[in-house]
Design a binder for this molecule. Structure first.
Ligand SMILES: CCCCC/C=C/C(=O)SCCNC(=O)CCNC(=O)[C@H](O)C(C)(C)COP(=O)(O)OP(=O)(O)OC[C@H]1O[C@@H](n2cnc3c(N)ncnc32)[C@H](O)[C@@H]1OP(=O)(O)O
Length: 390
């Protein structure tokens, strides 16, 4: 690490360079960092007055290498070559993270370190016990080594709006490089989440239906990709019923803890839709094709106990002790060595990533067609006119 990275914080360089804050802000709102944003972030790094510490420097090193050279491609240094071994481990832990994602994460991380970016930042790596700004529909906090992303729309059963999808993508990107060891999703209120907000598709004028379906398909693909590529252990704390996309995504989580009042429902056929979240691939692998078909084709709703028996849920807890038991356990897990957690996850998941991205792309294409179908439109009209209870 020492040579090149240390040089970036030298005061003489700090005095020479000035970074345009406007460009930094643009890079954050565009969500995908351009070459220019990346270059600007590298310059921004030279302006830092405070050494960000070895852990952050290693992250920056790894993201830089991943963004410029792709996955780690050098031989592993010997155990005694501590510095190069630490750098190699950090780079290698990023696995097959796409170059563009690494570039964006690098830009976000640099931005979070810069005092000048504080006022323009929407999502930044979380500091201890810090609540992240943004809409109140998603609350992101970080404490005890755990970044918690909470659906917070209890009056609508935590249904996910278009802006919430975007905020979650952004929150996951920030969590992938923050100081936490694990990332946890949960819901506020009696529901985990009732899935896609069905009104996302109902406020659309007839001549923009195709455009809306296309945009939704692109958004969905990016949303699910963010879960596929997430490098740290991802845990779901299912506090109540879960419907649709929040169920299908569970195949991409590393642990799923459920209250015994949770249920798992994927009513896609009833909605004239089809599975997403890579469930068409992960569910048959997890529970076998026959059980997966009952859920994904026929929309059978599972109890928490049934979902656990079929391998979708890790463990079920009585509602009365659920929160206490689960968070105590997660706090213990979050104290484990963070690099080891990432590397073990990478070993378990990396062989599947390419396949998962292909499945995601295919599911989004199929869904785009479904959203334009008469079956789907009828289902949405039913929901709107009768507040259809599934
Ligand atoms: C771009 C991305 C595309 C991603 C593709 C994803 C697909 C999916 O996720 S498919 C699954 C979609 N979800 C549903 O079909 C659930 C629909 N909701 C219901 O069936 C019910 O609301 C319920 C079973 C979840 C809860 O029933 P109940 O206990 O009787 O409570 P209410 O129906 O009175 O709900 C309270 C309040 O919340 C609104 N609401 C609930 N879920 C949704 C939702 N998914 N979308 C929009 N709004 C929802 C409900 O309309 C009520 O609102 P108010 O009447 O205004 O109080």
């Amino acid at each position: 690490m020492a040579g090149r990275l240390t040089r970036r914080w030298s005061p003489s360089l700090l005095q020479v360079l000035r970074f345009p804050v406007v460009q930094l802000h643009m890079s954050r709102t565009a969500m995908r960092a351009s070459e220019k944003d990346f270059e600007n972030a590298r310059n921004q790094l030279k302006l830092l007055t405070k050494d960000p510490g070895n852990e952050v420097k290693l992250k920056l090193y790894a993201l830089y290498k991943q963004a410029t050279e792709g996955p780690c491609n050098t031989p592993k240094p010997s155990m005694l070559d501590f510095i190069n071994k630490a750098k190699w481990d950090a780079w290698n832990a990023l696995g097959s993270l796409p170059k563009e994602t690494a570039r964006q994460n690098y830009v976000d991380l640099v931005s979070s370190l810069s005092p000048s970016s504080e006022s323009s930042s929407q999502v930044k790596p979380a500091a201890a016990n810090e609540k992240q700004p943004g809409s109140e529909n998603i609350i992101v906090t970080s404490q005890d080594g755990i970044t918690k992303i909470m659906f917070n729309r209890p009056s609508k059963k935590n249904a996910i709006t278009t802006s919430m999808y975007k905020e979650i993508i952004h929150a996951l990107k920030a969590a992938s490089t923050d100081n936490s060891a694990i990332t946890v999703f949960t819901g506020n209120g009696d529901y985990y989440s009732s899935g896609n907000d069905l009104t996302n598709f109902t406020d659309v004028s007839p001549n923009s239906i195709e455009e809306t379906a296309k945009n939704a398909s692109i958004l969905l693909r990016e949303f699910v990709d963010a879960f596929i590529d997430f490098p740290k252990p991802l845990v779901a704390v299912i506090n109540g019923p879960a419907v649709g996309i929040v169920v299908t995504l569970l195949g991409l989580f590393d642990a799923v803890y459920a209250s015994d009042k949770a249920t798992f429902h994927t009513p896609f056929s009833e909605l004239g839709q089809s599975p997403e979240g890579c469930a068409s691939y992960t569910f048959p692998k997890i529970m076998g094709p026959a059980k997966a078909a009952e859920m994904l084709i026929f929309g059978k709703k599972l109890t928490a106990g049934e979902a656990c028996a079929q391998g979708l849920v890790t463990e079920v807890f009585p509602e009365s002790t659920f929160q206490k038991e689960v968070w105590t356990r997660l706090k213990t897990y979050a104290k484990l060595p963070t690099n080891s957690l990432r590397i073990s996850k990478e070993l378990i998941r990396s062989n599947e990533k390419e396949k998962l991205h292909a499945v995601n792309a295919e599911e989004c294409t199929v869904l785009q067609g479904r959203w334009l179908s008469e079956e789907c439109m009828n289902a949405l009209m039913n929901f709107m006119s009768r507040k259809s209870k599934l």
